[in-house]
Design a protein around this ligand. Sequence first.
Ligand code: V47
Length: 378
Amino acid sequence: MAQLLNNLMEEIESLLPAVVDKRLREITEKVLSGKRLSESDALYLFESENLPLLGLLAEYRNRLVNGNYAYFVVNVQINPTNVCIYGCKFCAFAVKGRNHPRAYEMSLEEILQKVERIYSLGGREVHIVGGIPPHWRYEDYLNLLREIKKRFPEAVLKAYTAIEVYHMAKISKKGIKEVLLDLKEAGLSVLPGGGAEIFNEEKRKLIAPLKASAKEYLEVHRIAHSLGIPTNITMLYGHIEDYKDRVEHMSHVRKLQDETGGFQVFIPLKYHPEGTELGGELTSSVDDLKTIAIARLFLDNFKHIKAYWVTLGERIAQLALNFGADDIDGTILEEKIVHSAGTKTALGHAKEKLIELIKGAGKTPAERDTYYNIVRVY
Ligand code: V47
């Protein structure tokens, strides 16, 4: 490993004389000497055209933290319903009412079957994320977790975003802390990172007018961390936000991580516009790789940066593993949110396929659990 790192360092140093841009050289020196990048450094990197240097720097930082490992998990994603009161403009998955022709709601039996399937395949995580239906009561959220744990006590539940937690506090008239404690008691292990979207308040109001504010969203995570509940965090990019908004978003994330250390992983989510009210274009692959690489460099207090293969596509996810990312999420089996918005990634990957994908990126596949403990190296 030391050899690999030295090689990367030598490669970066050999490139430096050809880098005429003084600011880029200064940023490079900062990365190589382990100094923290400022917001304006991150913005400069977004605006820079030097993708190869950016990739090398991000990969250098990644290897310092994760060696040659790239992580994956055998998991199932369950989207229990698409009925949602929020009507976010970037979302092609949700529908407003139960009577909408596309509305669905899984039965408990259906959900349990999915959990059974993944655990029979050696699964280690159940990721639950869906709409927020007007008719669900507080107890419905808790009961779903309780029922899964009753039938599968070994199931590890990464369930409900901070948006749902905020909503549950509202409908139950309880505090966020109480709700999180109830969820924990019902079987919650980790809060997934959905619902963060973009923290810039102006843009957030335009794309997700009814959602909890950035401050409220982050407060849920802060309280979760204080209760020993680890959380993940995302950033939806490629819609109406600009580079400055992405840096601002990551700055909030870095600040809270400095305070609590409770985030496990940062996940930049590439926006897919098909069928959404917001519309727009897909970001370029260059932009995707830049975003991953800058997340790795800017979020120096994060161990893990996820290249979510479902939104990036398998090929770009593979490249991202050489641009600072160290995790690709998991087998998933099923996903409706980004597939409603046009992503063409095939589902139902066996873990062998993920191992192959990681090996193809020149990395060592490390199967992990929800908490990033390594369970097996391939
Ligand atoms: O919150 C919605 C995003 C998220 C679109 O925590 C869209 O490990 C792209 O958060 N194009 C849900 N994205 C998924 C999510 C997630 C996924 C994988 C791992 C983890 C984790 C979390 O999907 C939503 C929203 O930000 N989303 N619509 C769209 N059109």
